[in-house]
Ligand binder design. Sequence first.
Ligand SMILES: Cc1cc2nc3c(=O)[nH]c(=O)nc-3n(C[C@H](O)[C@H](O)[C@H](O)COP(=O)(O)OP(=O)(O)OC[C@H]3O[C@@H](n4cnc5c(N)ncnc54)[C@H](O)[C@@H]3O)c2cc1C
Length: 324
Amino acid sequence: MMNFDNTELAFRSKSSIDLTRAYLLFKTIGSNAIVKIGSFAATTAVKLHLPVMWAAGPTIYSQFVGGESIEKCHKAVRHLEKNQVGAILDYSVEGKENIADIKKALAETLHSIKNAGQDANIPFAVFKPTAFTTHDVLEKASTAKVSMTEAEKAEAENFRSRVDTLCKAAYDANIPILIDAEDTFFQHFIDEVVLDMMVKYNKESAIVFNTYQMYRWDRLALLQKDYDRAVKENFFLGAKFVRGAYMEKERARAAEKGYKDPIQPDKESTDKDYNAALKFCIDHIDRISIFNGTHNEYSSAYLAELMEEKGLAKDDKRIFFSQL
Ligand SMILES: Cc1cc2nc3c(=O)[nH]c(=O)nc-3n(C[C@H](O)[C@H](O)[C@H](O)COP(=O)(O)OP(=O)(O)OC[C@H]3O[C@@H](n4cnc5c(N)ncnc54)[C@H](O)[C@@H]3O)c2cc1C
């Protein structure tokens, strides 16, 4: 199996100062106690309008944020390009509850899709669906047997049409678009809308990608079901895989409200389903495009091995490896 021991190659885009800073940062945020104190201090400082950028700017911010605007990300995109790494610009906004913010998020995301379409080193556009309607509407539309008012039903349709606007812009710019996965209690309606977009825009190739969080025990079955629909209705399935980001929150909510935990019983089960999903997609690569969103060394090497076994080129446009 492929190994990643050649650190000279892996980190050649980083200076020694970058690496030392990243090492110290990850060591610090690896401590629960420091994260708790730091989060409290930062939130308090922001509330009191104290300047925090002098501390966050050169540390956390420069590690995780490419820039405050598309234009300010340009330098980072070009630096990655020199090292043959593509870039995805994520407009970091979610949970918008009023129309002005939603409109702003829509305009920014359309701008990012257009920009991606014009930049050969940006292979995907992306958005977080929670930026495009209220939490309340997403949750109600995702929950069986919950009645919605006429206004709520109309807002759910507004969400659908905003997602359609973004997917159409991606289709017109010929740039694939990733739709992030969110908390389970929002996800059912998102899945429904995104699959409808695939039926509409993925006839020639995978433009619209849904995200499968493999820490959920029901996602492998959903992948199979979505694939069956893709075959039946003759479209390409765009599948972004992640393990999932909200485990503690999901478990706590399920325990509090008394429903079955939507998360796998342990890490091994998550890993097993994650790798099984990759295998399933490679076995059906004529119909599925894969976006492998993980830092997991085994899953990355495993996907590379599956590609080699199948005789696929390393730069096969249906398969992407991506890290944050
Ligand atoms: C490019 C990219 C895009 C992403 N987009 C999204 C997104 O749209 N939505 C989203 O939710 N997340 C997203 N993530 C985050 C992702 O879901 C993971 O939280 C993160 O990448 C860590 O998982 P890993 O596979 O990289 O590493 P690993 O260290 O192999 O896995 C850690 C993950 O395993 C799972 N896990 C850990 N312990 C247990 C346990 N006891 N039982 C069950 N499962 C367990 C959790 O999901 C945890 O995050 C994205 C990540 C990347 C790299």
